[in-house]
Design a protein around this ligand. Structure first.
Ligand code: NAD
Length: 498
């Protein structure tokens, strides 16, 4: 029998040339242009070419989407299905997302620049896993019968809130959308999603696939548009019951104001970070720690809210660790995002590239660059993995969230100093600790003010564990069974025996 032939590699450039992404809003199950007729351009960050122009929704379109979502919620086409029925549809949706992996991955890579292997291996399976998790868990959440006085019974249930607005960023356009959509939809709500202006294409296609999976028209609507118009309109809408947001701390604060100035809708915020990665001299495997430190800051071009952007290294191992780090960082030199051999792609936009380059200028003044520091080529927003040392701890390179492949290396002497440096930030999203001592790992983990502490790894995450932060990183963790709480209210029904 002849040996099975190897699968033909996909020609991603040819696929990209033949792609026809959706460009209109998706409201009430139908593609609709913006009422104003306005559009905005979506640019391929690897080539700087305009991919397509997309409908620029404003307050009128957002209102139409909220009206459709409210109608769908009130007539019960989704909200009054049993939890098991909704769960089955979400599982089907997860299957269909995987069936459309190639197309969705291509859209993500074209619109925001990440390497196609990251889109294929992380983004799409990640989103599918989250829909599957909530699809499977939603019919296994019991209500309560608290003890009451003789002669009465009180039933306590979680009920959906109604219309959920979701405003998301571009760095993981489908995953982070899934973190909001899956628990909100599983609980029976209707959703209006406002994707980032850099990455509306994958979100629009995902919503079309949701219809094919059996999520009824009007239950999942997408309004592409600019933050200050479409995002603000959703935040201010008087008939949105809850607004869930991931993005910068600066914009997160605006949503609190929008809520206060409109209908006091609930607001859940996942915002920025400046996460520390602490490597103690007793770390069991420095090579692995260096490899993961690179993944923690250079993966996804450093455009990760929980990126390990501050590397705190015990002084005895600074030189040895820096050498290992520089060696491993070579794997993250960006290349053509459509080449499956690339492990990093382009930064999302010229604005983001310029912002990181300004911090690199500052790093030249405040410290010493030991790796990278340059844009690659003249076309496309490609940046070398960059490591800076000898920085004062109050340098903006150390204190600010930069959202790019720029690592600040900071030596420390004692465990107490490491913890103090790690906690010296307005953020509290994530932290990593490398040590062979269980006692130290637990002690330091206790002392760190971060929503997730990863020990002997970086950025650990799963659909079943909460992801969220403290302080300027926001509140109301995504993922896990707890996320259901954000999109439901507790309802008590009393029965008196006569
Ligand atoms: P951003 O805050 O600029 O935008 C996020 C979303 O908010 C986008 O959809 C945008 O259109 C919208 N928006 C912008 N201005 C608005 C306004 N005035 N009113 C209403 N909506 C508005 O963030 P970004 O540049 O898209 O993403 C990068 C930021 O996101 C970083 O700060 C990063 O830390 C954060 N982030 C956090 C997490 C997390 O889970 N904590 C995950 C990913 C990204």
């Amino acid at each position: 029998m002849p040996a099975p032939s190897a699968p033909t590699p996909i020609d991603w450039h040819a696929r990209a040339a033949g792609l026809k992404p959706p460009t209109d809003a998706l409201i009430d199950g139908r593609p609709v242009p913006a009422i104003s007729g306005s559009t905005f351009d979506v640019v391929n960050p690897a080539t700087e070419e305009v991919l397509v122009s997309v409908s620029a929704c404003d307050a009128a379109d957002v209102d139409a989407a909220v009206v459709a979502a409210r109608r769908a919620f009130d007539d019960g086409r989704w909200s009054r299905l049993s939890a098991a029925e909704r769960g089955a549809v979400l599982n089907r949706f997860a299957d269909l997302l995987l069936d459309h992996s190639d197309e969705l991955a291509l859209l993500v890579t074209l619109e925001m620049g990440k390497a196609i292997t990251d889109s294929l291996d992380v983004e799409i399976p990640g989103a599918a896993a989250v829909f599957r998790y909530y699809g499977e868990v939603i019919d296994k959440i019991p209500g309560e019968l608290p003890p009451t006085a003789d002669g009465s019974v009180a039933m306590v249930r979680r009920v959906p809130l109604g219309v959920i607005g979701a405003v998301v960023p571009w760095n993981f356009p489908l995953d982070i959308a899934a973190w909001k959509l899956a628990p909100a939809l599983a609980a029976g709500n209707s959703v209006v999603l406002k994707p980032a202006e850099e990455s509306p294409l994958s979100a629009l296609r995902m919503a079309e696939i949701a219809l094919d999976a059996g999520i009824p028209a009007g239950v999942f609507n997408v309004v592409p548009g600019l933050g200050a118009t479409a995002g603000a309109a959703l935040g201010r809408h008087p008939d949105v019951d809850c607004l869930t947001f991931t993005g910068s701390t600066e914009v997160g604060k605006k949503f609190l104001a929008y809520s206060a100035e409109s209908n006091m809708k609930q607001v859940w915020l996942e915002c920025g970070g400046k996460s520390p990665n602490i490597v103690f001299a007793d770390c069991a495997d420095l090579e692995q720690a260096a490899e993961m430190a690179c993944f923690g800051i250079f993966g996804n071009q450093g455009e990760v809210c929980s990126a390990n952007s501050r590397l705190l290294i015990q002084r005895d191992i600074v030189d040895e660790f820096a050498a290992a780090l520089i060696d491993k960082a070579a794997a993250y030199l960006p290349g053509d995002p459509l080449d499956p051999a690339s492990s990093a792609g382009a930064m999302v936009s010229r604005k983001q590239l310029d912002l990181v380059l300004r911090y690199i200028d500052r790093a030249h003044t405040d410290g010493r660059i030991i790796l990278g520091g340059n844009r690659i080529g003249d076309t496309g927003f490609f940046l070398e993995p960059t490591v800076v040392t000898d920085l004062p701890v109050d340098s903006p390179v150390v204190t600010d969230e930069i959202f790019g492949p720029l690592l600040a290396m900071i030596p420390f002497d004692t465990e107490e100093e490491a913890v103090a440096l790690a906690n010296d930030t307005p953020y509290g999203l994530a932290a990593s600790v490398w040590t062979a001592s269980l006692d130290r790992a637990l002690r330091v983990s206790e002392a760190l003010h971060a929503g997730t502490v990863s020990i002997n790894t970086v950025d650990a995450l799963s659909p079943g564990t909460p992801f969220g932060g403290f302080k300027g990183s926001g509140f109301g963790a995504d993922l896990s069974i707890h996320a259901i709480d954000k999109f439901t209210g507790l309802k008590t029904t009393w029965i008196a025996r006569r």
